[in-house]
Write a protein that binds this ligand. Structure first.
Ligand SMILES: Cc1cc2nc3c(=O)[nH]c(=O)nc-3n(C[C@H](O)[C@H](O)[C@H](O)COP(=O)(O)OP(=O)(O)OC[C@H]3O[C@@H](n4cnc5c(N)ncnc54)[C@H](O)[C@@H]3O)c2cc1C
Length: 380
């Protein structure tokens, strides 16, 4: 009898799983013994890391997207639409238009979303670069910036652990390059008692901040913004003035997870850290930002997890036990300005060790941004 894999989410994680299973089980797909369906709200696949460069007017949003259909293996079905909920009893995804998409195995890769509404007044008084629309508004604000105090504020959890640091380093060099260095102060806030959640990254960043004169405020959980007075106040009661406020707001999982009763209060799904199965479910895998795992929410995380989920799905469908384990591997480049970058690689048992920044690593990051499309296609 035909087996059905439904992949809810056509971002990094979902697309890699679909293409890898399709590649390994081409024969079963051609013989109609297997069907793979990817569901996504958008017909385009979006490479979100490009939004950082959109804000600095280095690329335009069209360079960050491609039709998902072109990336998916031709044997994979693609359904564009919004899923309303997962019905575990019926083993089906229920779309907002009422269509039911049944599954034998479900892969949830719905990602996460920035929740600027969690910081009162932020949408009126600040900018975010985590969406295309936000990055374009920030691009315009930077274009019109004539000097002043730029405050970068961070809420947790959020995807891409290092993007706030990257923006901070980049915006300082950007202001210098525009001849505004003497007139610009860069201020960074972070919610816990150091500059970054990953301790080695915090230890690496502290002397760099000192050397570059970047002011920092730790234990600063952004709570509300007064757009008229141009101030931001933290839960801890500290108020900072700004001329330009750039926020990385806290994130939540997607509402479809909440409506399905699959998540916690933040719509994150309880996931086994090694098998990537949803806790208590044999027929549901979770990967990427959607999990509740205590690791960075990053495209590379979704990529490495997708390798594990795809291997286990193929093995299970062929009668195995699906025992490949995810080891927590994450890889992130870190722009340390406009011309240099470093990187970190870590897993559940090996902490990151930031390397000396070089121009070569920066060039490599830019090259990867162009080559990204080979990743969801399963080539890289
Ligand atoms: C500015 C920025 C910079 C970043 N930089 C980096 C970086 O340098 N390195 C790095 O590794 N990561 C980076 N990231 C993070 C990375 O983009 C995400 O962690 C990654 O995309 C997560 O992959 P995912 O597959 O879990 O979810 P996503 O890629 O977000 O895909 C989610 C999918 O789910 C679909 N979906 C959601 N809800 C529904 C629904 N109800 N119905 C149907 N479909 C639905 C969406 O349409 C989409 O197809 C960055 C992110 C941003 C915003």
């Amino acid at each position: 009898m035909m087996k059905k894999i439904v992949i809810l989410g056509g971002g990094v994680g979902g697309t890699i799983v679909a293409n890898q299973v399709a590649r390994q089980m081409g024969q079963e797909l051609r013989n109609h013994e297997l069907e793979i369906t990817v569901i996504s709200e958008t017909s385009n696949h979006v490479y979100q890391p490009m939004f950082l460069y959109v804000a600095f007017d280095q690329v335009v949003p069209a360079e960050a997207q491609k039709p998902e259909r072109e990336i998916l293996d031709r044997h994979v079905k693609f359904q564009v639409g919004s899923a309303d909920r997962v019905d575990r009893d019926a083993k089906a995804v229920i779309m907002q238009d009422g269509t039911k998409i049944p599954y034998d195995y479900l892969v949830i890769a719905t990602g996460s979303r920035p929740a600027p509404e969690k910081i009162a007044g932020l949408e009126q008084g600040g900018y975010i670069f985590y969406t295309e629309e936000g990055a374009l508004k920030l691009r315009e604000a930077l274009h019109n910036f004539q000097g002043g105090r730029i405050v970068v504020t961070v809420g947790v959890p959020h995807k891409c652990p290092v993007a706030p640091l990257e923006f901070t380093f980049m915006v300082q060099e950007w202001a210098k390059a525009r001849g505004l260095g003497d007139k610009t102060e860069v201020v960074y806030t972070y919610p816990i008692g150091r500059l970054h959640s990953l301790e080695p990254v915090a230890n690496w960043a502290a002397p760099v901040f000192e050397e570059r004169g970047i002011e920092s405020h730790i234990f600063f959980n952004p709570e509300n913004v007064d757009a008229e007075k141009k101030t931001i106040t933290s839960l801890e009661g500290e108020t900072l003035n700004y001329d330009l406020l750039v926020a990385i707001p806290p994130h939540t999982g997607q509402e479809v997870i909440g409506r399905s009763g699959l998540g916690d209060a933040g719509n994150w799904i309880a996931t086994d850290r090694h098998s990537l199965r949803m806790e208590g479910a044999d027929d549901i895998f979770v990967l990427g930002d959607a999990t509740n795992l205590p690791i960075s929410k990053a495209g590379s995380t979704a990529h490495f997890e997708a390798d594990v989920v795809a291997s286990n799905l193929v093995n299970l469908l062929r009668g195995g036990l699906g025992s490949v384990r995810y080891d927590g591997k994450v890889f992130c480049f870190i722009e340390t300005g406009l011309k240099n970058a470093t990187y970190i690689q870590f897993d559940y048992t090996h902490p990151p060790k930031p390397q000396e920044p070089t121009e070569m690593i920066h060039m490599f990051k830019l090259a990867y941004n162009r080559m990204y499309w080979l990743t969801p296609a399963g080539v890289l």
